[in-house]
Design a protein around this ligand. Structure first.
Ligand code: HEM
Length: 408
């Protein structure tokens, strides 16, 4: 079992070790037990791992953490200004009242009815991908299902041509590498910048074309959303279409991959889903808790913040580790046990409070449809690899590949 080791300093940076990344839970336990509110000198941020503290950070700390042009210049990172310009308009990085305004308009556009309308689409796309698999008895789940499915669903949801799904996928992957990581990787900047420019141009064009010829999807719904005479302007629209597009892909890909991997590691669970499909909703919640696709997020401390008895200076960066909170024994009975029927499962995999995941109903639906289809279609699914490797993304937890053998 990989642990941070007592000789080395405790910190989240141990995730850079592939063995720790493969199984971060011993490190999380050590953090929760020995240093639940830790100053991480390597990351220059506070790291919070207990459920109660993570919930407090999500509920009451500041989300506006994107450095503005002045701060970027001071850090010598002026090149990132176009990325920051977009991020400062995205709901994920806004505080009240700006956040409430964008979120209200977005909620008018993306209603439960619209999500429910996507159910048949999701089932059809899943069947198409599974039935069209190149080999009868083998599937590489990540590239043949978990990656294309959310990209195609995202295209349908937005109302852009489904043939563009690979482009949406590539952009969201680039953006996600920046969001989820804290390794030094100067080569990534050029890719992210190019992606942001392309996405910006693509969605600006989509918004303008929609104004001339209305499409059926979230772009049109967001562009026409109005609350008390207030509407999003073009830059706000594009920024929030991008955050929705990115937010909906990497995470859902990893819900499918991590979810199936976890079921394969727990004999009898796929059979349980096959014989009792009503278990799917609680199973998906448990899989989200157990192997959370989004392991951590960041905030800035408000004035006078105290976490677990520790005073936190105003505007200090704080990382809230949902992946650790979701295994906190103070909140979840026997947290390292997978229980597909778990009750009282208020996990933090979708965040909490004002920024609670905007796409959670869609993500849940995708998870339930895909895992339900896998369980129903195949008599047996077994892992077809000795070792699994994890994407070197420390925040967005997901596999590089998940090869399986299937028996129809
Ligand atoms: C399993 C899949 C998903 C997971 C695990 C996930 C996780 C999260 C988390 C943890 C947050 C809060 C981040 C924070 O507070 O800093 C969040 C917010 C968000 N998510 Fe998701 N997400 C998923 C799917 C989706 C989908 C399908 C969409 C789009 C349809 C989406 C769009 C968003 C948006 C726009 C926000 C920002 C909400 C706000 O700031 O008010 N997500 N998501």
């Amino acid at each position: 079992m990989a642990t941070a080791g007592r000789s080395s300093r405790l910190g989240l940076y141990h995730l850079l070790d592939p063995a720790v990344l493969a199984d971060p839970y011993p490190l999380y336990r050590q953090l929760r037990e020995e240093a639940p509110v830790l100053w991480d000198p390597y990351l220059h941020t506070w790291v919070v791992t207990r459920y109660q503290d993570v919930e407090q950070v999500l509920r009451s700390f500041k989300a506006a953490r994107t450095p503005g042009p002045d701060r970027l210049a001071a850090l010598g990172l002026e090149r990132l200004t176009p990325v920051a310009r977009m991020m400062v308009r995205q709901m994920l990085f806004l505080d009240q009242p700006a956040h409430g305004r964008v979120r209200r308009l977005a909620s008018v556009a993306f209603t439960p009815r619209q999500v429910a309308k996507l159910r048949d689409d999701i089932a059809g796309i899943t069947d198409g991908l599974l039935d069209g698999r190149p080999e009868r008895d083998r599937i590489e789940i990540m590239s043949q299902l978990a990656e294309p499915l959310p990209a195609i669903v995202t295209a349908r949801m937005l109302g852009v041509p489904t043939e563009h799904h690979q482009m949406l996928k590539a952009w969201s992957q680039d953006f996600a590498e920046m969001l989820g990581n804290f390794q030094h990787n100067p080569g990534r900047v050029d890719k992210v910048l190019a992606s942001v420019e392309e996405m910006g141009a693509y969605f600006t064009d989509a918004v303008r074309r929609d104004a001339l010829e209305p499409t059926d999807g979230l772009i049109h719904a967001l562009a026409s959303a109005e609350v008390d005479g207030d509407q999003l302007d073009e830059e706000d629209l594009v920024a929030n279409i991008v955050v929705t597009m990115v937010g909906g892909q990497e995470t859902t890909t990893n819900l499918i991959g991590n979810g199936l991997m976890t079921l394969l590691r727990h004999p009898g669970t796929l059979e349980a889903l096959r014989s009792d499909p009503e278990l799917l909703p609680s199973a998906v919640e448990e899989l989200l808790r157990y192997e959370s696709p989004s392991q951590h997020t960041a905030r800035l401390a408000p004035a006078g913040a105290v976490l677990g008895g520790q005073e936190i200076p105003e505007d200090a960066a704080v990382m809230a580790v949902m992946g650790a909170a979701n295994r906190d024994p103070e909140r979840f009975a026997d947290p390292d046990r997978l229980d597909l029927a778990r009750q009282d499962n208020r996990h933090l995999a979708f965040g909490w409070a004002a920024h609670f995941c905007f796409g959670a109903p869609l993500a849940r639906l995708e998870g339930q449809v895909v895992l339900g289809a896998l369980a129903a279609k195949f008599k047996e699914i077994t892992l077809d690899a000795e070792h699994l490797s994890w994407r070197p993304n420390l925040g967005l937890r997901g596999l590089t590949a998940l090869p399986v053998k299937v028996t129809s």
